[in-house]
Design a protein around this ligand. Structure first.
Ligand SMILES: [Zn+2]
Length: 213
């Protein structure tokens, strides 16, 4: 049985990570926001126990799960959905105490990821077939397209009467990236900079700023 001080510590760790994840979300750094949210998983149980028992909050808020459900499908982060699935399987009380249907949210996140994959594929091939499919799919696909446009991943072009989308960037292309920690510049395929990785110079695991689009 954890002591009150231990639970309070877990709660502080969770709320601090939650704050960082929300800040990253506000500046559209969705990968980072997801990564921080994943770090918060191990503190959810302690946080919920503390807030329910000592702060009398029936359903403590779980913004970091909301962040994963919202952004993981858009960014093809199957790893993040899998991590949350394992977490929910091992922490059955979380759903009950959240007052939310977390299993259903997870299920629909998987479905959206599926639609995201086929939509992205259609854009890659220059066809808009997927957009003409069932209504639900169409609504989700157009939402995805809006987000990807905002993230500058795709761009709209008019072909006669029709609007088409194309990928804005070739992710295999070599480009320069700057370590956000020590500032060293390295060359790598663009997709590598979408994740954090270990810097060869300062050894910190960090993100790189892409210097050229
Ligand atoms: Zn570095």
């Amino acid at each position: 049985m954890a002591t009150k001080a231990e639970l309070a510590n877990e709660r502080n760790l969770y709320r601090s990570l939650c704050q960082q994840a929300l800040q990253a979300e506000q500046i559209f750094r969705y990968h980072e926001s997801i990564n921080i949210s994943l770090l918060s998983l191990s503190h959810i149980s302690g946080m919920m126990q503390f807030e329910r028992r000592f702060l009398k909050i029936d359903n403590p808020s779980l913004q970091t799960l909301r962040i994963v459900f919202q952004y993981a499908p858009i960014l093809f982060r199957m790893d993040a959905l899998t991590a949350v699935e394992i977490f929910l399987d091992n922490n059955r009380k979380t759903e009950k105490h959240s007052g939310l249907e977390l299993g259903k949210h997870l299920e629909s996140a998987y479905e959206i990821l599926d639609i995201a994959a086929s939509t992205w594929d259609a854009i890659h091939k220059g066809t808009n077939e997927v957009l003409l499919a069932s209504t639900t799919k169409k609504v989700i696909a157009s939402t995805l397209i809006t987000v990807w446009s905002r993230m500058n991943l795709i761009v709209q072009e008019s072909v006669g009467q029709a609007n088409r989308y194309k990928l804005r960037t070739n992710c295999e292309e070599y480009t320069a990236g700057k370590c956000m920690n020590c500032g060293v510049t390295i060359m790598a395929a663009k997709w590598q900079f979408y994740e954090s990785f270990r810097c060869h110079k300062c050894s910190s695991t960090t993100y790189y700023a892409i210097l050229a689009q």
